[in-house]
Structures are given as structure tokens and as C-alpha cells.
Design a protein around this ligand. Structure first.
Ligand code: SF4
Length: 223
């Protein structure tokens, strides 16, 4: 039988920087390949290339970091069907697994034990019209045991993004049930400006900075 492989960009140990888990040490498995073409993609190097690794090797490398969380990211991890087997095997090993996805593919089929961090891409991304509506539907339809395994992340670059985000949150009453992480697009928006908008509007969302970009050189890979 042929071993199941994944196309991997990098496997590394860092501080989780962009979710409600921000600040935790975390092992990252970055899958290669995307092609979605978001303006300002900060992992463009992972949009192509990569090396083929067997799932067992990937798991062994990630476990070696002994981190409290293992995050599967990309690129777009859901483009590789074998990622589901990877996530399932990590959950079976009683690892706390996070999935970070660009939000244009459906998270249907992701193991229910995995915590899903789903991007909602705003207008400045250039791909706002390609957010997969099924992800919000799936989150809203999740039962009380699984709702907490969904969270949404919106990286705000300007006022138009902010207005789009708040309209979407209102339309689906997202803040009633889910953690919404409002990120500041690094170098594009003054964090104080986003803070002022959120406080003015009494927004029930969490502001976040891209923590890893403040700790290390923002252009550095593997962090
Ligand atoms: S979905 Fe993610 S990896 Fe793909 S282009 Fe957009 S930001 Fe980059």
C-alpha cells in the first residue's frame, strides 16, 4: 500500500499569533499550496512548492516540539484531502488541534474535535466575494457541544473592511455565539484606530495584533 503523503511547506515551533489561542506555544504544520491570490498574503512563499512527507513523519516532527497545541495552516490546508487523516490521527493521539483556513473552502468534513479558525476575507483582500457561505451556516448549525470549536478571524486594513465586518456580524448575529477576532493588518492600519472604532461601537469582538510580527522580523519564515 502506498504511504499517504502531504505537501509540506514547513513544520516549526512558535508562539501562536492570530487567534483566541494567541500567546500559546504551538507546533505549526504549514501545508504548501493555495493560489487564492489574496492581496497582502503574508505566506506567499507557501502558495506553491513544498516537499512531500508521509503523514507519520509529519506527526513525528510536530510531536517532537511537545507543544500544548498543534496548528495546521498553509497555504490553504483544506486543498489537500489527506489533511483530514492528519487531523484525525492527531486528535486520536489526544493532541489539541487547531486548523487555520482561508475560508474559501468548506470546513464540512473536518473532524469535530478540531478547533477551526476561519478567515472571513474583507474587501481589502480582493477576494471578499469568495468567502464560503457554508462555513457560517455550519457554525450556526453546530450543536452546543461543538459551537465553541468555531471561531472567525477578520484582518482589518481600513474603514471599509471594518464596516463590512460589522455588517456581516450583525446580519448573522455572530458575536452572540462565536469568538470573532478582529485583527489589524500589520503596517496598514494603526491599531489605535481599530481600538477606537470597536470601543465606539461597543463591539463584542476581540481585537488582536499579529503577535509573531511584533516578536520577530515580520518577513521571517518559520515563526
Ligand atoms: S488564503 Fe491564505 S495562503 Fe491563500 S492567498 Fe489568501 S492569505 Fe495567502
Amino acid at each position: 500500500m502506498r504511504a499517504v503523503t502531504l505537501n509540506i511547506s514547513e513544520i516549526f515551533h512558535s508562539i501562536q499569533g492570530e487567534s483566541s489561542f494567541s500567546g500559546w506555544p504551538c507546533a505549526f504544520i504549514r501545508l504548501a499550496g493555495c493560489g487564492h491570490g489574496c492581496i497582502g498574503c503574508d505566506t506567499a512563499y507557501a502558495e506553491s512548492g513544498g516537499v512531500k512527507l508521509g503523514i507519520e513523519d509529519v506527526i513525528e516532527k510536530a510531536l517532537a516540539f511537545q507543544a500544548p497545541f498543534i496548528e495546521i495552516t498553509g497555504g490553504e490546508p483544506l486543498l489537500q484531502p489527506a489533511v483530514h487523516s492528519l487531523m484525525r490521527q492527531l486528535c486520536d493521539l489526544e493532541q489539541k488541534v487547531l486548523l487555520e483556513t482561508g475560508g474559501f473552502l468548506s470546513v464540512a468534513g473536518v473532524d469535530s474535535r478540531v478547533h477551526k479558525i476561519i478567515d472571513l476575507k474583507p474587501p481589502s483582500s480582493g477576494v471578499c466575494d469568495q468567502n464560503n457561505p457554508e462555513n457560517i451556516e455550519l457554525a450556526l448549525a453546530a450543536g452546543p457541544l461543538h459551537r465553541h470549536t468555531f471561531e472567525f478571524k477578520i484582518v482589518i486594513a481600513d474603514k471599509e473592511d471594518y464596516q463590512w465586518a460589522t455588517a456581516l456580524m450583525d446580519e448573522h448575529r455572530l458575536t452572540d455565539s462565536f469568538t470573532i477576532m478582529m485583527g489589524v493588518a500589520f503596517g496598514k492600519l494603526d491599531p489605535a484606530e481599530l481600538a477606537a472604532w470597536m470601543l465606539r461601537d461597543r463591539l463584542r469582538a476581540r481585537m488582536q495584533l499579529q503577535l509573531h510580527k511584533y516578536i520577530w522580523d515580520p518577513a521571517l519564515r518559520g515563526v
